[in-house]
Structure formats: C-alpha cells, structure tokens
Design a protein around this ligand. Structure first.
Ligand code: PGA
Length: 224
C-alpha cells in the first residue's frame, strides 16, 4: 500500500475547494484505475474539512480526509484550538509536527507528543513529520513523514537514495506502519520515491493544489 497525502496548507477558498473536488471526481471517473493499493488522503485547512468530507461522501471518492494539525489539549477552554474530538467526525488522519508548525508557530517536541496522544484518543491516525534522522519521534507514532526543510516548496527534492536511507533507519529503530517522503514531490519524480526501498508513500504540497497534477500523481502511483 502506498500513501499519497496532499497537504493544501493555508491555500484555497470555499469555491476553490468545490472546484477541486468536482474536477478530481471527473478525472477519477475518466479512467478506470485500481485504487486498492493506494491510500489517497487530502488535507484541507480546518475550515473546509466538513465541506471536503461532504463532497467525498456525496461523490463516493476513494479519498480520505486529513487535518493539518490538532490541539495538544483535550476540548475545553483553549481559545482558537481544534480538539481531536471535534476533528474525528470529519477527518481520518492528522498531520503533526510539520516544519512550518515548528518554525512559524514554535511547536516543541513536548507539545507534539501531546498532539499525538490527543489524536490517538479519538482514533485519528497521525502523520508525524520529521525533518531529519535526529528529530525525536514521540513514542506512539506509527506513521512517519520524512520532510527535509530544504526540499519543501523549493522545487529541489531530496534524492530518493537519501530518503530511502532515512526511511530504513526509522524502520530499523521502531515498528511503524510506514515512512513517507515529502518535499517537492511532483508527477515527474513521484515514481523515483515510491520505488525506493523503505518508502511507503509521498506527501506533496504544491502538486496537490491543482487537481490535474494531483491526478497525475495518482495515475503514476497506480502504475506500480
Ligand atoms: P511541497 O510541500 O510539495 O510544496 O514541497 C511538501 C510539504 O510541505 O508537505
């Protein structure tokens, strides 16, 4: 099974979310592909999770929904936060510890392990981002995304060899469901990552925004 996880970050408005789903639904209908070996996940901003889930359900798309973050606290008096309990009705996955959260919002390893605990409490599967082999992995983590900062949004992806060696070293040290690579994944390099030893999927940001390029990623991934 290979994961394809689209991270929209803080992009799109409500109309654009609607257009994306309509377009991807048309593309998915246009070609009979075997999706059974793929776990396709799209991570919209919080605000659009209910809308994304409604489109997914209505159009019966083989797409799971992920959040981009979760509160490190339970529900209650935490102004501005979205708790795991609130997310669980709209999302199956949650990204935790993206380098943009660590850098711009000063998220610490302690905070991130609380987020993993909260995600677990309501059965959200975490996608836990590490920036290199030295990034501490909070103890319950089962799905890891290796995302070197220099490859994010730069158009210069990590080499599949290096990504593979990080994935294998994570797997040597602990039992995980998978290790995913993220950072400038595009339709023309996705296969080099998906076929590299130890890599169980990809996490594209920019290439997930446009439904045509996201579809190309899926078609390429389905070819292996
Ligand atoms: P990118 O982003 O594909 O635009 O480099 C990846 C990510 O930050 O998850």
């Amino acid at each position: 099974m290979k994961y394809i996880i689209g991270n929209w970050k803080s992009n799109k408005n409500s109309t654009e979310v609607a257009d994306w789903f309509k377009k991807i639904a048309d593309l998915m209908k246009s070609k009979s592909l075997n999706f059974s070996n793929l776990e396709i996940i799209i991570c919209p901003p919080f605000l659009y999770l209910p809308q994304a889930k409604a489109y997914r359900d209505e159009m019966k798309l083989p797409i799971k929904i992920g959040a981009q973050d979760v509160s490190p606290f339970s529900y209650g008096a935490y102004t501005g936060e979205i708790a795991s309990l609130q997310l669980k009705d709209f999302a199956e996955y949650v990204i935790i510890g993206h380098s943009e959260r660590r850098n711009y919002f000063k998220e610490t390893d302690d905070m991130l392990s609380n987020k993993v605990r909260e995600a677990r409490r309501w059965n959200l599967q975490e996608i836990y981002c590490i920036q290199d082999e030295a990034t501490p992995l909070s103890k319950d983590v089962t799905l890891v995304a290796y995302e070197p900062v220099y490859a994010i949004g730069t158009g210069i992806a990590e080499t599949p060899q290096k990504a593979s060696s990080v994935a294998l070293s994570v797997k040597k040290n602990r039992q995980v469901k998978g290790v995913i690579y993220g950072g400038s994944v595009k339709p023309d390099n996705i296969l080099s990552f998906l076929t590299a030893e130890g890599i169980d999927g990809v996490l594209p940001g920019g290439a997930s925004l446009n439904p045509e390029s996201f579809w190309e990623l899926i078609v390429n991934a389905a070819s292996i």
